[in-house]
Design a protein around this ligand. Sequence first.
Ligand code: ZN
Length: 271
Amino acid sequence: MPELPEVETTVRGLAPVLEGERVARVVTRREGLRYPFPPDLGQRLVGARVTGLGRRAKYGLIDTDRGDTLVFHLGMSGRWRVDPDELGAHDHLVIETGGGRTLALNDPRRFGFVHLHPTAELHAYPPFATMGPEPLGDGLTAGHLATAFQGRAAPVKALLLDQRVVAGLGNIYVCEALHMARIAPDRAGGRIAPIRLERLVEAIRQVLEAAIAAGGSSIRDYARPDGELGYFSKQWRVYGREGDPCGCGAPVRRRAEGGRSTFWCPACQRG
Ligand SMILES: [Zn+2]
């Protein structure tokens, strides 16, 4: 499932293909994915020039000179294919550029989606309106977490997964960051000392940046025959490693709650 680093890698891979290019053709090959494609998608995109690409949380952003931003979400299984040899059954949206490049949004499970929103009002795009700061931006500080966690008895893990506290953090990266910061996942948010919050902010940045760096090779590979962007495997510290020895020697533990699991080391993560 694509998380923030995969979306960042995807945006970086798409940028050299799209930036400054005019959209020559847009083909929707079904009515939509999780939501219908905007009915005026082709009308608003064809002839527009792409002025920039970006990311907010797990959403990719493609800006055009008509004042529109194409917002895409990769859902559970979405990915962009660059210059595919041929289109397959799961290539649901195809964008061709004036420079002769082809991008296909491939999504077998169809939980992804595409919206168009005025660039100037992107802050009011519903998922963004209440979102907290970007984890890799200046807004995420120990002071921000201290304010967000103040008086909260909820486990720090749940607070970090709350998009109003920090944008775009998923289960894997929260488990990894808490392990790196040596904070127990079920520790009450309001009871974490400021010095540990400093360490937590640093850990969040480090695990995300390491994952983005691991995806760097995928960017260089984007023109390979299957042309797939954004997925890569990574060696996790605790995630998916139940029973394996942590760096300290103690076995990694797992606890299931709802549809997701928490992985942690009870020996290291006591804070
Ligand atoms: Zn340990």
